[in-house]
Design a protein around this ligand. Structure first.
Ligand SMILES: NC(=O)c1ccc[n+]([C@@H]2O[C@H](COP(=O)([O-])OP(=O)(O)OC[C@H]3O[C@@H](n4cnc5c(N)ncnc54)[C@H](OP(=O)(O)O)[C@@H]3O)[C@@H](O)[C@H]2O)c1
Length: 400
């Protein structure tokens, strides 16, 4: 299978030029955008208004259902607005489009990127990390909004997204490249007032033609730098002063806004692989007096949720009905000094429990449940009423 390029903002400007260039080379190009009529001929189109988290997530789901891998994710969508606008989901438009969509696409497509040989994320924004200029107390720029300042802050947030991605390393294979392309003669998608329109026209007059500006970007896509994170300004490597504190602060804040678990020291990809293997889970629940209670269970994952079964009336089941807080600890048998500790909330359901028991017996024992209890009668819990527990992670820490 040839290389697959997924490009946001691929209907115009730099993204559009990159899409055409890779189509010309015979690659598969997927453009995510609002207007199919503007997509380059030959590109696959995924419709999404990326200022909406719901539509961004739907686009991610569509990509996941269509493609087994992604070789390059190119992030170019932006829309300059002179007037502050809030999306139907309650986020300031620029913050949602320019930053939140890039965060979601970067992390939630990481496993498809991981499946490629030499995966890269090219985040085309405005690098030059300067996190002290982030308006931490007003990320939605409620006071003193200015369209250009909003775009500038979006650039800073994307710098920290790149740094956070390299710290979180959802996959060791993916290289994150932050690029400031310099001033380029593009469509400058936006809704701006006359003053800004005049400024943009003046900028355009001396800006680099888009087909020239994409050359250094193509060089980066064709041979991504070895480092997990690299920064380029107009084709020249740049070494920003790292600020892991600011990157983590933004990461935690963003995950809370998007309802995603916080990860520290654990690669999401490694954790998925571990949970897909027959690893035992040590679950910790809270006793009525507040003491910890632990036991060992078979586990599987559904997306990033962890599933296991328990007998109704058992100590852990009663604990979870009273207090759904739970911890699941997993350690690879061949690397016991590494681990992931998954903290979350449990929900319980009797639905699908028998199918889950079959699936887990096959995963851990390699036979059907009926065969397993025929061979090992003491493991027969077929008369107990069992419940499926689903753990939705909130915080994952460890070394994995
Ligand atoms: N051009 C420059 O001088 C310059 C300088 C520094 C950094 N950059 C960065 O380079 C990147 C690309 O810039 P550009 O100048 O090539 O962009 P552009 O010509 O303004 O094009 C922006 C793209 O984003 C898409 N878009 C806008 N709103 C969207 C939405 N709600 N959902 C989905 N897609 C949406 C547009 O689609 P539609 O076709 O639907 O409008 C268009 O394809 C940007 O991140 C920009 O910040 C550019």
């Amino acid at each position: 299978m040839g290389s697959i390029y997924v490009i946001t903002g691929g209907t115009d400007g730099i993204g559009g030029a990159l899409a055409r260039a890779y189509l010309k080379r015979g690659h598969e190009v997927v453009v995510i955008g609002r207007d199919q009529a503007k997509a380059p001929e030959g590109a696959h189109f995924v419709r999404a208004d990326l200022s909406l988290v719901g539509e961004t997530r739907a686009a991610i789901a569509e990509l996941r259902s269509r493609y087994p891998k992604i070789d390059a994710l190119v992030l170019c969508a932006r829309h300059l607005q002179s007037e502050r606008r809030v999306t139907a989901e309650g986020f300031e438009h620029n913050f949602a489009l320019y930053y939140l969509s890039r965060f979601l696409l970067s992390y939630e497509l990481a496993d498809l990127l991981h499946a490629a040989d030499d995966p890269v994320i090219l985040n085309v924004a405005g690098p030059g990390p300067n996190p002290e200029r982030v308006r931490w107390d007003d990320l939605g720029l409620e006071s003193g909004y200015d369209g250009i300042a909003a775009m500038f802050q979006g650039g800073l947030l994307n710098d920290l997204l790149g740094e956070g991605f390299a710290l979180n390393r959802p996959s060791e294979k993916i290289r994150y490249v932050l690029v400031n392309p310099g001033t380029v003669n593009t469509s400058f998608s936006g809704s701006y007032d006359e003053g800004v329109a005049r400024q943009i026209e003046a900028i355009r007059a001396s800006a680099t033609p888009v087909d020239v500006a994409i050359q250094p970007l193509m060089a980066l896509l064709d041979a991504p730098p070895a480092s997990p994170l690299s920064v380029f300004i107009q084709g020249t490597p740049h070494t920003p002063a790292p600020d892991p504190g600011a990157a983590r602060r933004l990461d935690t804040l963003t995950r809370k806004l998007l309802g995603m678990p916080v990860l520290r020291g654990v690669s999401a990809m490694n954790l998925r692989e571990l949970l897909d293997s027959p690893v035992f889970g040590v679950i910790g629940t809270v006793q009525p007096g507040g003491e910890p209670h632990q036991s060992v269970v078979w586990v599987k994952r559904d997306g990033d949720d962890v599933l296991f079964m328990i007998a109704e009336g058992s100590r852990k089941e009663r604990n979870l009905r009273r207090d759904p807080r739970i911890n699941v600890l997993v350690t690879p048998a061949d690397a016991p000094h590494t681990y992931a500790s998954i903290q979350g909330t449990a929900t319980m359901s009797r639905e699908g429990t028998h199918a889950l028991r079959e699936e887990l017996t096959m995963k851990y024992i390699g036979t059907s449940y009926a065969e397993h209890i025929r061979r090992t009668p003491e493991a027969d819990h077929s008369h107990a009423t069992v419940t499926t527990v689903r753990v939705t992670p909130e915080r994952i820490t460890g070394r994995l």
